[in-house]
Design a protein around this ligand. Structure first.
Ligand code: SAH
Length: 196
């Protein structure tokens, strides 16, 4: 059974992530949508990610299920989980600040959508996905349960792998050469080595 401190840390991280989004969600809701990719594939990807990052760990935190997958609590892993979770929240905040009203849950293009290449987007083109990877890693470090801990990496990893190529095609269709040049000077999740 995960100790109370691990459960509380996971809850604080998820609530923190939710609260951080509120002002930006309002801003984004005001920007008219020009193109929405809420195809079935996108819904399936989002559901898989939500299950791994939200539903499975929430059931574990609330009920202890599945107990057979518990392993002993390790303070060092817990400490690393706190640091990783904080890094994820800071990164989320930076991505929302830079993307502003262009942010969306699904793949959408807003009316008058501009390509953001400043702030955290200057050298990384998917920093929000970097933040989600950090959040999934924090979940694995915080919850001493093989299933509830690792489900975030599996769930978000599936969304990421199935979505990122598609998103880059959509961005290239919208922004053309501007996005192609941006891709050349940035890394997907981490700054590209050698780029200015
Ligand atoms: N993949 C990005 C953004 C995720 S939010 C990241 O990880 O940081 C998804 C929406 O953001 C997409 O629908 C797309 O319209 C928009 N978007 C992604 N990159 C963008 C950029 N550099 N400038 C403006 N909008 C962007």
């Amino acid at each position: 059974m995960s100790p109370l401190v691990a459960k509380i840390a996971w809850i604080v991280m998820v609530v923190g992530w939710y609260v951080l989004r509120i002002p930006f969600e309002r801003k984004a809701a005001k920007a008219r949508i020009a193109r929405d990719e809420l195809a079935l594939a996108e819904r399936v990807r989002l559901t898989i990610s939500l299950t791994g990052l939200g539903i499975i760990p929430a059931i574990h935190v609330a009920t202890g299920f599945p107990r057979a997958a518990d392993y002993p609590f390790q303070p060092v892993l817990f400490g690393l989980g706190i640091v990783t979770g904080l890094a994820a929240l800071v990164m989320f905040r930076l991505t929302h600040k830079a993307l502003g009203r262009y942010w969306s849950v699904s793949l959408q293009m807003r009316e008058g959508h501009k390509l953001v290449t400043e702030g955290i987007y200057r050298r990384i083109r998917h920093p929000m996905y970097s933040a989600f990877w950090l959040m999934a890693l924090a979940q694995a470090l915080l919850l001493p349960n093989w299933i509830a801990g690792l489900s975030g990496l599996v769930g978000f990893g599936t969304l990421y792998l199935l979505r990122v190529g598609h998103e880059e095609r959509l961005m290239t269709e919208t922004f053309g050469a501007e996005y192609e040049a941006y891709m050349r000077r940035t890394g997907r999740l981490w700054p590209k080595a050698g780029a200015a």
